[in-house]
Design a protein around this ligand. Structure first.
Ligand SMILES: [Fe+2]
Ligand SMILES: [Fe+2]
Length: 272
């Protein structure tokens, strides 16, 4: 079913069947659903993990070449954890130019000094806004679930690191939408007070909960984070569902040839 952008937003799922009916899903079931559909994030500090690459070459060109070679060696859907020091753009921009469409990039953190994340082989093609943004939704979900599990196991340092990565990724995701995707949609359709505005309001609601989670993290109050998680995950899932089922496909469609350029920018935005 196709819905006009002016009418679909009042209905949460545009009249179509949602991918997940979350209203009656208990938290335990919800988390297991997320884990089943997630990319199963590995422990970023687990020394036993096999697929990892630290870029340590002096020259940017060598780092780009090493990253491209690593991608070529991956099987379809296989992932590798990348860690690097220095400027993210200097490596990832030429890497994207050389390998666009053959991989997915899911960051864990990006600062001015160092950056890390997962590179996943996508030989079947990976260039649409839907693919890139939906994958990042799942990455945020997976990072949260991993963080909560690790905190629940009493591994506080790693749990805090993962929870901070979740919050950072959510902020990065909102920045991708509010500074690149939504303006592109609004410019193309002329709709500045429609679905993108609704999404911005929902971002603020989610940001309120993320701020609380961040405060709890600073205070070491894990139990409060666990108490907040069910409502937060449902809020995020409902928001993501609207974007994945309607806004992202509509943006791919309306932007047409420009969608490729926007997808490239979305993938490499950093939030420092
Ligand atoms: Fe959003
Ligand atoms: Fe989103």
């Amino acid at each position: 079913m196709e819905c006009a952008p002016t009418t679909y937003w009042d209905s949460p799922y545009c009249g179509a069947q949602p991918k997940l009916s979350l209203h009656f899903v208990r938290k335990r079931d919800f988390l297991s659903i997320l884990q089943n559909v997630s990319i199963n994030l590995e422990n970023p500090t687990d020394e036993t993990m096999e697929n990892r690459l630290e870029l340590t070459n002096d020259s940017t060109e060598e780092n780009v070449a090493e990253l491209s070679a690593a991608l070529k060696n991956l099987k379809p859907e296989e992932k590798i954890l990348i860690k690097a020091k220095g400027d993210f753009d200097a490596v990832m921009t030429p890497f994207q130019n050389q390998n666009w469409g053959k991989y997915d990039w899911l960051p864990l953190s990006i600062s001015s000094e160092e950056w890390s994340g997962y590179l996943i082989a996508k030989p079947g093609g990976f260039t649409s806004i839907v693919q890139i943004m939906e994958s990042h939704h799942k990455h945020c979900d997976s990072t949260y679930v991993h963080a909560e599990n690790v905190l629940g196991e009493g591994k506080n340092d790693l749990g805090k690191e993962l929870m901070r990565s979740f919050i950072w990724n959510m902020e990065l995701h909102f920045a991708r939408e509010e500074t690149i995707l939504f303006p592109a949609f609004e410019e193309k359709t002329g709709m500045t007070s429609g679905p993108t505005q609704v999404m911005r309001v929902e971002h603020e609601q989610i940001r309120g909960v993320l701020k609380e989670v961040s405060d709890c993290l600073n205070e070491g109050n894990w139990q409060r984070i666990f108490d907040l998680s069910e409502a937060m995950l449902i809020l995020i899932a409902q928001h993501n569902s609207k974007e994945e089922n309607v806004l992202y496909p509509a943006t791919d469609k309306y932007l047409d040839r420009e969608a490729d350029d926007i997808a490239r920018k979305l993938q490499l935005l950093k939030q420092i």
